[in-house]
Design a binder for this molecule. Sequence first.
Ligand SMILES: [Zn+2]
Length: 171
Amino acid sequence: MTPTHTHTTQGGRFELVSESTGAGPLEGQALVIYHDLDRDVQSVTTSADWRQHWRSIAADDCTVCLGSGTDQIKGNKSQPCGGCFGLGKVRQDGETPAGEWQVADVALGVIRRQQRIIEQRDQVLAFPEVQAALKARKEKKGKEPADWVQREQQWRESGGRGHGGRRHVGD
Ligand SMILES: [Zn+2]
């Protein structure tokens, strides 16, 4: 069995078995039946919960850490995963990169993906509505801009270095 999904915060391997509409007390509820491959049990949850807490595994997600980039085997979150050298991603064919050039290739893919996200975010930030909301918020607080705005500015002023492809979320 191949894992199709992983839990966004707890990790693990899950296979989406089927989607259906509930009967009896769950009449009319959109449900998802899934297989927890690590524990080998099948469970059911609502479609809304499934969409919120699970994400699909991409072909180039590392199959050892499922994209988290941290050591899942020993469960040490401060150590990089050995299956992907901490990148969370592997080659397009799902194999661990061999040699520094292939690692560089995978890293470049991660960086490009991040760049696209940052560009999209910048576009959203530039919306007059967003600028107006930020301004209103700043005036309301009557002091320094929010922490994340300052961090964003500092990062921009530093030329964008140090952001890398590593995921900083949740660590
Ligand atoms: Zn990995």
